[in-house]
Design a protein around this ligand. Structure first.
Ligand SMILES: [Fe+2]
Length: 206
């Protein structure tokens, strides 16, 4: 089985204009962010698409205007199936972030972005971690873009973070409460993602 590949933290910028000495920063408030290329991707992709086919496809609803197509809010009950496919990878991420031992996938949903479709800024509410897996993603697609919870001290602008090196098979873990959006899909081929909310378990799982 091919191993997953952790993508290095691009926030550790070597650009002097952006790197800062953090000796006097509040280190408890750093933002957890984990990007991995899922190993054994073809098998996992087929498994995820099968879950979509059998549990989600018929419930996909396109929003008005340019909203994406999603089955979010349709009382999805396939989160345990998603957990079966991704549990090891999610747990590896949890351990890398040093946030706990075990985790539960509470809710999951799929989203499809045809040409001109997007998802405006939003968050996933109070919670622990969320994830996005890029299931169909061309090199000309733009990844989920994250918005800093505070404005720039340098110029007062909103600060965004666009994860580097996102490809099909990338999985990103991030805090559920952080604002993010999917930029407009500007090409003909569809972009498809899996999203999920995760709860970090108290104690160990039996
Ligand atoms: Fe989201």
């Amino acid at each position: 089985m091919k191993n997953s590949t952790i993508i290095s933290n691009e926030n550790l910028s070597s650009d002097d204009d952006f790197s800062v000495d953090t000796d006097h920063y509040i280190k408890d408030w750093v933002i957890p962010f984990y990007h991995v290329k899922l190993g054994d991707w073809e098998r996992k992709k087929n498994a995820l698409l099968k879950i979509w086919e059998h549990n989600s496809k018929d419930n996909m609803i396109s929003g008005d205007l340019h909203d994406q197509s999603t089955d979010y809010g349709n009382c999805n009950n396939y989160h345990s199936l998603i957990e079966n496919v991704l549990y090891e990878d999610i747990t590896d991420g949890l351990h890398a972030l040093n946030l706990g031992e075990t985790i539960t996938v509470d809710t999951a949903w799929f989203q499809i972005y045809d040409n001109s479709r997007y998802h405006p800024p939003h968050n996933h509410g109070l919670g622990h971690l969320s994830l996005v897996v890029f299931i169909e993603f061309d090199e000309d697609h733009l990844p989920t873009t994250f918005i800093a919870p505070f404005i720039s001290l340098r110029d007062g602008n909103v600060m965004e973070y666009i994860p580097k090196g996102v490809t099909e098979g990338s999985m990103v873990l991030f805090p559920s409460g952080i604002m993010h959006y999917a930029p407009v899909n500007q090409i003909e081929s569809k972009r498809m993602i899996l999203a999920a909310n995760l709860t970090i378990d108290e104690g160990s799982r039996c």
